[in-house]
Design a protein around this ligand. Structure first.
Ligand SMILES: CC(C)(COP(=O)(O)OP(=O)(O)OC[C@H]1O[C@@H](n2cnc3c(N)ncnc32)[C@H](O)[C@@H]1OP(=O)(O)O)[C@@H](O)C(=O)NCCC(=O)NCCS
Length: 170
């Protein structure tokens, strides 16, 4: 069984290794995702409730983080990173982390989550091209890889260029 829960301080070392190991095998990686997580935890854009671990077989096998961003003048969220240990991939761990994260984000009153990632993966969870909503990345990237999910209809007309936490170095 997979358990999803909020990350605790005592998880930091295990999470570091999960992120590092997951991205070692990833196609799109700068090799620094684990250090980005360390930096983001100290950022004012960090939201402890949206730093989640997946536990299976009594160990951490997956991790997801959503941090605050600006879209135009509105505060919303970015999903990054998402990591699952190679031997636990394709077992629904990533899906569970995303779904639980979306649920908490909605409860916290957020409306949009942006993600830079695979257009083969994220559309399964409701992500669409961000350009459809006039939401733009602050970097050059193929249109299909910068995506957004609308969690609810409570805030209409959000658009503009995304501003990430400075820790992303963008
Ligand atoms: C991407 C990642 C988080 C997916 O986690 P996961 O636990 O394997 O995902 P799930 O088992 O929940 O998969 C959900 C669906 O996506 C598909 N899928 C999984 N990995 C995929 C991939 N790399 N590309 C395309 N589809 C993928 C699965 O087949 C599944 O679909 P299905 O149920 O219709 O068959 C994991 O592969 C990973 O950690 N990769 C390395 C780090 C990385 O690239 N992170 C993403 C950064 S944007």
């Amino acid at each position: 069984m997979i358990e999803i829960r909020k990350e605790q301080k005592s998880d930091y070392e295990e999470v570091y290794n999960v992120v590092k190991t997951a991205f070692e095998k990833a196609k799109e990686s700068d090799g620094n995702e684990q250090d980005l997580v360390v930096a983001l935890r100290k950022s004012s854009n960090f939201i402890p409730e949206l730093s989640l671990v997946a536990k299976k077989d009594n160990k951490i096998v997956g991790y997801i983080l959503f941090t605050k961003i600006q879209i135009g003048k509105f505060e919303e969220l970015a999903l990054a990173p998402l990591a699952v240990l190679p031997e636990y991939q394709r077992q629904g761990v990533g899906s569970k982390l995303i779904e639980e994260g979306h649920k908490i984000a909605k409860e916290m009153g957020y409306h949009y989550v942006v993600v830079l990632g695979s257009d083969k993966y994220y559309p399964k969870f409701g992500y669409e091209k961000a350009s459809k909503y006039g939401i733009k990345p602050p970097f050059d990237v193929p249109d299909e890889n910068f995506m957004v999910i609308k969690l609810n209809d409570l805030r209409k007309g959000i658009k503009g260029t995304v501003k990430y936490a400075k820790e992303f170095g963008i």
